[in-house]
Design a protein. Structure first.
Length: 118
């Protein structure tokens, strides 16, 4: 089993910044993709950004240039630096890790609330 624990959410004014962190523990295959997804009220969960163990990144169009994803393979953590936040970034943010071992495995964190409001 794999456990993901997020931290760093909160309330921030428009234009502000926040940094989310996620610590993964348990049996994680070394070749994996870690990422962040978000879900706003009444909407489906959507991709924010992902990063592979080799450092390849992928971003949703509406966060490109504002958000930066990074990871530390030595301690299985992934972070999301969010700048120039907008009210439409308000959502619950979920950490995710996925990999293929004997079969496809995917795990989610419990989520952390990010609210952008004046």
């Amino acid at each position: 089993q794999v456990q993901l624990v997020e931290s760093g959410g909160g309330l921030v004014q428009p234009g502000g910044s926040l940094r989310l962190s996620c610590a993964a523990s348990g049996s994680i295959f070394s070749i994996n993709v870690m990422g962040w997804y978000r879900q706003a009220p009444g909407k489906q969960r959507e991709l924010v950004a992902t990063i592979s163990n080799s450092g390849s990144t992928n971003y949703a169009d509406d966060v490109k240039g504002r958000f930066t994803i990074s990871r530390d393979n030595a301690v299985n953590t992934v972070s999301l630096e969010m700048n120039s936040l907008k009210p439409e970034d308000t959502a619950v943010y979920y950490c995710n890790v996925r990999f293929y071992r004997l079969g496809f495995e995917q795990y989610w964190g419990q989520g952390t609330q990010v609210t952008v409001s004046s």
